[in-house]
Design a protein around this ligand. Structure first.
Ligand code: ADP
Ligand code: MG
Length: 236
């Protein structure tokens, strides 16, 4: 138990440090990758050596996935709790994820109730939504759709991400969120762990319903931030 806690703390610290340099790391990586691709097309590089270039590009892509799964996509800034409008948040996530969905030939639909506020750090909630939607896309066969809905229920805000993908067995569901648990060839196994940590810090929880070969349903439940509401009877 002690070890588990220490490990979690260590991962937290790594995450914190890395978040502040992620943006700066991604740019030079893109430049290096670009030049490697150019070399890959050059005749002066013998085919026997091009295999190394491909490996280098693959490894760079893996580094990029770790950054994407583990770090916020926005510029790091002071961690101040804010009111987050769920509708606007999902809208901005859609802009980031839509090209990835298109690339995988998956359509995304979303239906969100208006004026739902939660309290947290927008970049972190972004990260959760991106990781969950990315997983849903990766689990789906081409041509399928991923559905996102958000509404109020049982005093909480529910955000659902539903796919008709490969699904999970009950044993697999139990392993979700363990660091480095992945079934993907180039997976990091960090995405869900980060999601669980962030939602827990927001006093929420994530539930998973899944059936093998039918699909998976992730539900994020968050407390609503009602602090800005006017008391009943007041005038504005
Ligand atoms: P990664 O995506 O890098 O594998 P994650 O932590 O995001 O790491 O996910 C861990 C594992 O959980 C995945 O490898 C996959 O086996 C499983 N998983 C997550 N989301 C889904 C989903 N929507 N449908 C099926 N399996 C999923
Ligand atoms: Mg993932």
């Amino acid at each position: 138990m002690e070890l588990e806690i220490q490990k979690a703390e260590r991962l937290n610290i790594i995450g914190h440090l890395a978040a502040s340099v992620a943006h700066e790391i991604r740019n030079p990586m893109t430049v290096v990758r670009g030049f490697m691709q150019i070399f890959d097309r050059e005749a002066f590089v013998p085919d026997s050596k091009k295999v190394y270039l491909k490996l280098m590009i693959q490894e760079l892509d893996r580094a990029e996935s770790i950054i994407n799964d583990y770090l916020t996509l926005a510029r790091p800034r002071l961690e101040k709790q804010e009111k987050i409008n769920i509708g606007e948040q999902i809208q901005s996530v859609m802009e980031i994820i839509s090209s990835f969905a298109m690339l995988n030939n998956i359509s995304i639909t979303y239906e969100v109730e208006e004026k739902m506020l939660v309290s947290g750090i927008p970049e972190k909630l972004n990260q959760v939504l991106i990781n969950l939607i990315k997983n849903a896309i990766e689990a789906s066969p081409e041509g399928e759709a991923v559905h996102i809905t958000a509404y109020r229920k049982e005093d909480k805000i529910w955000i659902e991400i539903q796919d008709s993908g490969i699904g999970l067995s009950p044993e697999e569901v139990k392993r979700l969120g363990m660091p480095f648990y992945t079934t993907k060839e180039n997976g990091t196994g960090l995405g869900l762990m980060v999601c669980f940590q962030i939602i827990k810090a927001m006093n929420g929880k994530i539930e998973v319903l899944s059936q093998k070969n039918i699909g998976t349903h992730f539900i994020i439940k968050l407390p609503e931030d009602t602090s800005s509401f006017q008391p009943v009877g007041s005038t504005v």
